[in-house]
Write a protein that binds this ligand. Sequence first.
Ligand SMILES: Cc1cc2nc3c(=O)[nH]c(=O)nc-3n(C[C@H](O)[C@H](O)[C@H](O)COP(=O)(O)OP(=O)(O)OC[C@H]3O[C@@H](n4cnc5c(N)ncnc54)[C@H](O)[C@@H]3O)c2cc1C
Length: 405
Amino acid sequence: MKIAIIGMGPAGTGVVRTLRRHDSDAEITMFSAENVPPYSPPALGDYLITGNKEGLFRHEDDFFKTYNVKQRPGEKIVQVMPEEKQLKTQNNEIFDFDHLVIASGSSLYAPVKGADKKGIYNFKTLDGADQIKRISQEDKTAVVLGGGFIGVEIALCLAKIGIKPTLLNRRGWIMPRLLDVETAGYVEKDLRAQGVEVLLNTEGKEFVGNESVDGLLTSNGKTLTADIYIAATGVKPNIDFIKDTDIEYDQGIVVDEKLRTRYPYIYACGDVAQTIDLLSGKRKIHGLYPVAMDHAQTAACNILGMEREYERPVNINSLKELGFKIIVVGNQKAEEVFEYKTENILRKIYITADKIVGFVLLGDISNAGIYLSLLKKKTNVAKFKHRLLSKGFSPGFLPGMGGVN
Ligand SMILES: Cc1cc2nc3c(=O)[nH]c(=O)nc-3n(C[C@H](O)[C@H](O)[C@H](O)COP(=O)(O)OP(=O)(O)OC[C@H]3O[C@@H](n4cnc5c(N)ncnc54)[C@H](O)[C@@H]3O)c2cc1C
């Protein structure tokens, strides 16, 4: 059996690990647009700040040898031919497969004129992080367009290495898709304390300049200039190579519960696959590492004929470089909100129809695992919802664990 995998990120490598764990002797070939060994993108921030590569490569010096995989780094796939069971590389080479896994991930983007100009750095790849590292010195400045999760994470990392970032956000509070105004206030305060200038209600209109970017024209009519520009209002799946096929896509590739496309021998997993959210029941791109891991295991098991369905994901976000810990899970709107707050701590649990549909824990993340488990199991919390945030709340309160019946 010949298995081709597009992408060497967490999803692609996860597929390989699962295949080999189940003793598959399939011939596996991995393609990657980047000419580097597999790495873990969530560790890019730590790498930028400390220069430490351990988190990136997770002690696997030679992934391909360990897992007996043929590697084609730096070979971008430009076309998938589903009926023919073939791929075309950027060098016009044709490659045959029996099974294909599309694990091509996503790229940072901003739907703003000029966002493809030279001088806009891509902090979603190791090469992008290395480029920033090379030019970063004290007193450099940066403009980060996009005050969502990824923009905030990038601005914090830049501030930690002495760069002075300005973060632009279209709405009146940062991370508006994840946080309410009050929670965003705590995060904004910390961003400013760490040296990030936050511009709210400010939209990026156009990256100006000829070939290279010279500045960012904003909705206030000002042009911001900096040494480093980052366009990060969101991420978009890397799916150009299927656009001429009848593989269905929307925001990302549409898959069934086994992660198969309309072709049963072509799978999609990780940031490129659109799967059904546990809470909303709608298909979406979650863009999360644990989701990529579950997808990878699911796709690999199904290739081997071991029937498995993916676990419906929930949004779980945590910013790694703030001065305090924060975890944001699920919806931040509900019929009832239970909360506890002090100057440095904010804990909110969102409940609809007596079920936890989301929570935010800031400054004190204790019991996060318990709340997540209750949310995922859709446990009825009516009998103990008023105690969820009490100091002594423990698993002992839960049904079947010696507590509420
Ligand atoms: C800075 C940063 C911090 C993050 N922090 C967190 C976090 O704290 N928690 C969390 O859960 N998630 C986090 N994430 C998200 C997480 O990294 C992603 O969900 C995960 O990397 C998805 O894995 P993937 O394999 O699907 O895609 P990717 O990691 O994007 O890998 C895609 C692979 O496909 C290759 N590729 C793309 N196009 C082609 C093509 N045409 N031909 C061949 N190869 C191609 C790429 O070169 C790459 O090898 C973070 C991401 C970033 C960038």
